[in-house]
Ligand binder design. Structure first.
Ligand SMILES: [Zn+2]
Length: 303
């Protein structure tokens, strides 16, 4: 029987633990590295995009390595990853700022009293006097009020145009959305990659096998569902003879050494604006082992 492929949504305990480790510890480590670099230079927009790319790579690797097929769990840890990166970055900045501020304040404190002074409390109360909010929030308010430089946001040397107030909050929001949105989306995307439950591995790269003309699409799908694979495969024409709009047939082989499973990945193409080809995932079918040679003429097993 030809089965429609659906993700199992499974996630093992070890897979979830790996995601937790990478998203919390790995995320914080990325945030701290960014903080270290940001003391030298920090470019608006470019840096958050670069951070997002690093986060996406780490998140994708963790989902693949942990074999997590559950999109909700993967998204949740993607969110944790983004929060962890961005949170660690801002917390490190706050501590750095607090230390600098305390050093400036300490000149007015008698040296004998210094060991007894609570650094964070001193800084916090000063921030409250300056901004009305203590601690972390006061730091944010002060930074927004003082403004950030367009060229180097967190570097001590400020140059170029300075923006302050509401635009600073909007900019931080944009940064958070870029970083957290990317890692969350990456977790989901990685968890949805077709996965062979038999050999417990992801299917290989999709190879374009051919295309079905749009007027034969319905009969092709019906033949597949009824298990008439011989007739169905005969409808798949060469890509060049069947330009879009059509039904593209991609083939993915799994890594089972003895009898690889073959997955038919069907994408519907249409002509959009300016005649551009648009693709949409339609449906995926698992081909029974004995029938896989029918869809094997141009594929090799995944490495
Ligand atoms: Zn397999």
């Amino acid at each position: 029987m030809v089965e429609e492929y659906h993700s199992s949504g499974k996630a093992s305990v070890s897979g979830v633990l790996l995601l937790a480790l990478v998203s919390i510890v790995g995320g914080a480590a990325i945030g701290l590295v960014v903080f270290a670099i940001s003391n030298l230079i920090y470019l608006l927009i470019l840096f958050p995009i670069a951070i997002a790319v690093v986060g996406v790579v780490a998140m994708t690797a963790a989902v693949v390595k942990g074999k997590v097929r559950n999109p909700l769990i993967a998204m949740l840890f993607g969110l944790v990853m983004g929060l962890s990166i961005y949170g660690a970055f801002h917390i490190a900045n706050y501590h750095h700022f607090s230390n600098l501020l305390f050093q400036a304040l300490s000149t007015s404190i008698p040296p004998a009293d210094l060991p007894n002074v609570d650094r964070m409390a001193t800084v916090s109360s000063l921030l409250e006097r300056l901004t009305g909010s203590e601690g972390f929030l006061g730091y944010f308010r002060l930074t927004a009020r003082e403004g950030i430089s367009i060229t180097s946001l967190y570097a001590s040397e400020s140059s170029g145009t300075v923006v302050s107030g509401i635009p600073v909050y909007l900019y931080w929001l944009a940064e958070a959305v870029i970083i957290i949105g990317s890692t969350t989306f990456a977790g989901r995307a990685a968890s949805l990659a077709p996965f062979c439950e038999k050999c417990s591995a992801r299917y290989g790269v999709a190879k374009h096998y051919g295309s079905v003309p749009v007027h034969q699409e319905a009969s092709f799908l019906q033949l597949l569902r009824q298990g008439h694979l011989q007739e169905a495969s005969a409808l798949v024409a060469n890509e060049d003879s069947t330009p879009p709009p059509n039904l593209e047939v991609y083939v993915r082989a799994c890594r089972c050494a003895t009898s690889p499973q073959v997955l038919l990945d069907l994408k519907k193409t249409t002509r959009g604006r300016e005649n551009r080809v648009q693709r949409r995932e339609l449906v995926k079918f698992l081909i029974p082992e004995q029938e896989t040679p029918l869809f094997d003429r141009r594929t090799e097993a995944a490495q």
